[in-house]
Design a protein around this ligand. Structure first.
Ligand code: PNW
Length: 478
């Protein structure tokens, strides 16, 4: 096309397309593209939060103390000694939060219920004031045509439960709580998630000590804690089915996402093997209804003690699998007995404001694809995806978080690919609606698409909120 100017070329393309009867968008606004960036009709767009990270009001409405209250108030456990005592004060400001959601145009909101607002002692007598509070929040969402997706346990464990997750009774108490909530709230809620991220409330709390309750137990005890975590999920599913037969029940899990270094058959199969192995104590066991033989063999005498009926409960059929996806783990095929090797992260590998948050946007595609191809769940939701960024308020009062937009846009590009290839991913929840208490990092890491001034609790939309609004309106990567 040596002698043709670009303009002439554009005209020729448009003319050819017109002849072929293909409508082209106006050139001045967007380029004609062979790649369709739209999501399927009816795709669910939402934002996610969790009770302890946003609510505050820890001594109101009859709420009982939790492991995170105790942990955050223990010197040295969180950044700057930060606690969730006030957080975003969403307990009082929930109507404002719903307004933010409405302005975005989301059709769904993933929130969690604080177990200790419903059962202050973890079990026994329910607390009507706690239930009333969530009914008000849910009614506000429904009045604004926003569908609630409710997580029952997002790490805030009633402190009164003896032994926490070291005790099998905690799994039973969770089932009673889950059944009660399902019975009371299924008039307003049709989608429930049992637990959020097994590894975070078991391993990080009981092995690494970075999260509540901050213990460093040995392998046998840790495996037992993990078993109680997945048992709670399973017994919870059974209790919810019994109390709310029409509810959709799933979980939210940060399965490790193995990304093949090269997209060819050998490496893709390696990623699938790694997906089963690497998630052995959690998602693999939940979706297969038994611990993989290789896991039991590897753990030997440290393997969990299992009682009759446990595996049946743990393997209860689910209506959907929720995946919290943030970061990739690269894997390649090799000749070892396990058939794959995990790549060590490069020192120069880029990450967002949280050092653990490596950027590899294709992880959201592979998360969906690996889980689909290994276990074939009925439906998948991305129950969390998002990032921390070092947000600053400009003198003009704006937060231009172009880095967060970069992170999100790239992830949605790869999620769109998963929908286009027909994987059963039904929705996406952005973490998070607003800056909040980021666990051990306190208020030092901001994940919101709304900025929160933690002195005044004032919320301000960031550029990323404006961008997400456009994505939702267009049902496409923007
Ligand atoms: C999730 N990691 O936690 C949680 O569900 C949220 O409550 C949390 O605020 C959000 O992600 C951001 O951290 C994670 O180390 C914690 O890979 C740690 C990891 C991933 C998720």
């Amino acid at each position: 096309m040596k002698d043709m100017t670009r303009r002439q070329f554009g005209k020729t393309v448009a003319a050819t397309a017109a002849l072929a009867g293909v409508g082209l968008p106006e050139f001045s606004f967007s380029q004609a593209s062979a790649i369709d960036r739209r999501f399927p009709k009816g795709f669910v767009w939402g934002c996610a939060t969790a009770a302890y990270q946003i609510e505050g009001a820890v001594n109101e409405g009859g709420r009982g103390k939790t492991n995170w209250d105790v942990f955050a108030h223990t010197p040295g456990k969180t950044f700057n000694g930060d606690t969730g005592d006030v957080a975003d004060d969403s307990y009082h400001l929930y109507k404002e939060d719903v307004r933010l959601l409405r302005n975005l145009g989301v059709s769904a909101y993933r929130m969690s219920i604080a177990w200790s607002r419903i059962f202050p002692q973890g079990s026994g007598q329910p607390n009507q004031a706690g239930l009333d509070y969530y009914q008000r929040v849910l009614d506000e969402l429904l009045a604004n045509s926003i569908t609630p997706y409710v997580t029952l346990f997002h790490w805030d464990l009633p402190q009164a439960l003896p032994g926490g997750w070291q005790s099998r009774d905690t799994a039973k108490a969770f089932a009673d709580y889950a059944g009660y909530v399902a019975r009371q709230l299924s008039d307003r809620v049709s989608h429930f998630m049992t637990t959020n991220e097994f590894a975070c409330f078991t391993d990080l709390g009981y092995r690494v000590g970075q999260f509540a309750p901050g213990l460093r137990l040995g392998p046998a005890e840790v495996n037992q804690v993990r078993h109680h975590g997945i048992l709670a999920h399973g017994l919870g599913v059974q209790a919810m089915r019994a109390n709310a037969p029409s509810a959709q029940v799933g979980l939210a899990e940060n399965a490790i996402v193995y990304v093949p270094v090269i997209e060819d058959r050998a490496n893709i199969e390696a990623a699938q093997r790694a997906t089963r192995d690497g998630n052995a104590p959690f998602l693999t066991t939940v979706l297969e209804g038994q611990y993989p033989a290789s896991y039991l063999k590897r753990e030997g005498g440290n393997a969990p003690r299992i009682e009759p009926g446990d595996m049946k409960a743990i393997g209860s059929a689910l209506d959907f699998v929720g995946l919290n996806v943030y970061t990739p783990t690269y894997v390649r095929a090799d000749e070892s007995p396990q058939g794959y090797v995990i790549e060590r992260p490069q020192a120069s590998y880029p990450h967002m404001a949280s050092p653990w948050l490596s950027i590899g946007p294709e992880c959201i595609y592979w998360g969906v694809r690996n889980v689909s191809e290994v276990w074939h769940p009925r439906a998948i939701y991305i129950t969390e995806n998002g990032c921390s960024a070092d947000d600053v308020v400009t003198p003009a009062g704006r937060i231009e978080d172009t880095d967060r937009v970069m992170y999100l846009r790239n992830h949605l590009t790869h999620l769109q690919r998963a929908t286009a290839e027909g994987y059963p991913v039904k929705g996406y929840f952005l973490w998070s609606l607003l800056d909040n208490f980021e666990w051990a990092d306190g208020y030092s890491k901001r994940f919101g698409i709304h900025y929160v001034d933690f002195k005044t609790e004032k919320r301000m939309p960031k550029l990323s909120a404006e961008w997400y609004r456009a994505v939702i309106a267009g049902n496409a990567v923007m």
